[in-house]
Design a protein around this ligand. Structure first.
Ligand code: BDR
Ligand code: CA
Length: 312
């Protein structure tokens, strides 16, 4: 554990968040410091309860810090039509015995950034509300983060929540704008990369058939979403947050990335929440976004299989 990388995750669980968290729980090279919780896929009470439940099912004890219960400025629609009303497929699970911390997620981010200055791997799998608040409370935060990996955006405007915008950014564009203005280096896994890294439903179902509590629980909470996705996107299943976690935990398997300046549109009547990338270097703003374009698909699938405790 001495040489392990300190890892802090901000998340809004969520079916794909859960798969990403199982990957993080399963990494021997990382020391998970805690889970900061955002509202997003569903409301904060649900996302907090889901995080606690997943920890319990996986036999993992980490602090869970509830954060902001809404976007910084404007109210936004959740994604319960994808993840279920409770964010975990409405299976009616027994609530966890574990309790959340009283410290706010934004304060936990700041505290851990001091405790692990220069080393901390921070991964965001949901709207950027907590992180934006943290950076407003202490603008020196970015200088203490070792790596920041963000799941969000649609880098050429092929969105999943509106024509041009991706959910995590569109849910709280003001927060995303603050984060992209404040951090000098952000590793970005966008929705379009996710679409290039689908895996077959049939293969995934075989992994879920494994006899262990992680796979069994994940099978149950993801069933509705998988059915919905199959109807919408066909044979391939996509897990946005799992791909971001792959990049965070196993950067050696990134095959292609490009660094560009990226800003977040907050006012467009059609394009609010979209991520505008300076692909051609037209602005003189520093290129802060390292956009991941491709990872090793076979390794990605291996890591997911391992996280579920499956074989073959
Ligand atoms: C992102 O939006 C959420 O619904 C998912 O959990 C993921 O973080 C994908 O656009
Ligand atoms: Ca998420």
């Amino acid at each position: 554990m001495k040489d392990s990388i300190p890892l802090l995750i901000d998340t809004d669980p969520g079916v794909d968040d859960a798969l990403a968290l199982l990957m993080a729980f399963n990494s021997p090279r990382h020391r998970l410091l805690g889970l900061c919780i955002a509202a997003g896929n569903v409301g904060l009470d649900y996302t907090t309860a889901n995080a606690l439940k997943l920890c319990e099912v996986a036999g993992v004890t980490v602090p869970v810090y509830p954060g902001c219960d809404r976007p910084l400025v404007f109210a936004a629609e959740d994604a319960s039509y994808v993840h279920g009303r409770d964010g975990f497929g409405d299976i009616g699970y027994e609530p966890s015995q574990q309790r959340p911390e009283s410290e706010h997620a934004a304060l936990a981010i700041l505290r851990e950034s001091h405790a692990h200055s220069g080393q901390l791997l921070l991964v965001t799998l949901g709207p950027l509300t907590n992180l934006a608040l943290a950076v407003r409370l202490d603008p020196s935060l970015p200088s203490r983060i070792g790596r920041l990996v963000v799941m969000g955006g649609a880098v050429t405007g092929k969105g999943n929540t509106s024509i041009a915008a991706e959910f995590n950014i569109a849910f709280d564009p003001e927060a995303a704008a603050i984060v992209f203005e404040s951090f000098p280096a952000i590793e970005l896994v966008d929705w379009e990369a996710v679409l290039r890294h689908g895996f077959l439903h049939s293969r995934f179902e075989a992994w879920l058939a494994t006899d262990n509590p992680r796979a069994g629980f994940y099978d149950r909470i993801s069933r509705k979403t998988r059915l919905w996705a199959e109807g919408k996107r066909g044979d391939f299943w996509h897990s946005a947050d799992a791909l971001a976690m792959m990049v965070a935990l196993y950067p050696q398997y990134i095959i292609e990335k490009q660094r560009h300046y990226l800003c977040v549109e907050t006012v467009g009547s059609q394009s609010r929440g979209s991520t505008v990338v300076d692909w051609l270097g037209r602005s003189d703003r520093p290129a802060q976004a390292e956009i991941v374009l491709q990872v090793d698909q076979a390794r990605f699938e291996e890591r997911i299989r391992d996280a579920l405790g499956a074989h073959g």
